[in-house]
Design a protein around this ligand. Sequence first.
Ligand SMILES: Nc1ncnc2c1ncn2[C@@H]1O[C@H](COP(=O)(O)OP(=O)(O)O)[C@@H](O)[C@H]1O
Ligand SMILES: [Mg+2]
Length: 253
Amino acid sequence: MTEHPKIIAVCGKGGVGKTSISALLTILLAGEKSRKVLAIDADPAVGLSLPLGIAVHKTLDQIRNDLIRSIENGEKSGKEELLNRLDYELFSSLSEKDNLAFLAIGRPEGDGCYCQVNSLLREIIQNIAARFDFVVIDGEAGIEQINRRVMEMVTHLFLVTDSSIKGQNVAAVIENVARKKIQFQKAGIFYNRMQDEEEVHQLLQRNKLPVIGWMPENPEIRKYDREGKSFFSFPDSIVMTSLKQAVQGFIYE
Ligand SMILES: Nc1ncnc2c1ncn2[C@@H]1O[C@H](COP(=O)(O)OP(=O)(O)O)[C@@H](O)[C@H]1O
Ligand SMILES: [Mg+2]
C-alpha cells in the first residue's frame, strides 16, 4: 500500500479497445502479488468484469439504491455509514483474486441520472484509492467523466485510439479537457489495432501528444471477447509485450 497510488484512467472513443486494454493492464499490474490493485468499471455499459473473470455481486448503483431504500425506511445513516457499507460490499467481492479488488458503477435504474452515481464514484476514488498501489479505471466513452471531474484523482491518463480520425480527435479533446479540469501527472496516447509499423508511422506524424505505445490488430483479443474468456489466461504475445513496455515506460517511470 502507498499514500500515493497511481490512478490510471483508460479513456477514448467507444469501441477503441478501452475495456480490453484496462483488463490486460490490470492483470499485468496485479501480477506482482505484493501489490494491491483496484480495477473500476466506470462504464455504465458494464464490461470489465468479464475479461477479469470476476463475478459482480453488486454495482455501485445497486449499493447506492439499497442504501437510499434503507434510509427511506427510517434507518439513520450518513456518509460515514455509506462508506462503511461500500467498504464492506467492495471488499466482500475481492475474495477470488487475492490482491485484486473490483468495483463496477453499473447502470442507474429506470430514468435515473448518471450524475449521482458519478459523483459517488468520485468520492469513492478519493476515499479508497490510498489503500491501493494502483487503480485502473475503465472509463465511459468520451469526455463526460473528465468534464464532471469524476476523474479528479487520476494521475495517469491512458488515451486509447484506433487509426480513425474520430478516435484521435476524441483522445485529443479528452486530453484538452483534462488539462483544464484535473491535475494529472502524465497523459499519453496508445494506438490500438494497428495494421503494421507503417500505419503507426503515419499516425505519429500528425500526433501532438506524448506516445505511450501501440499494439497490433490481434485475433486472440477478439476471440477471448467473443468467448467471454478471462484475460488471465491470455498468451504471452506481442500484445502483452507492447503493454508491458507501456507499463514500464508510462506507469512505473
Ligand atoms: N488489438 C485488438 N485486436 C483485435 N480486436 C480488438 C483489439 N482491441 C480491441 N478489440 C476488439 O474490439 C472490440 C471493442 O473493444 P473494447 O475493449 O470493448 O472497446 P471499448 O471498451 O473501448 O468500447 C472488442 O470486440 C474487442 O475484442
Ligand atoms: Mg468498454
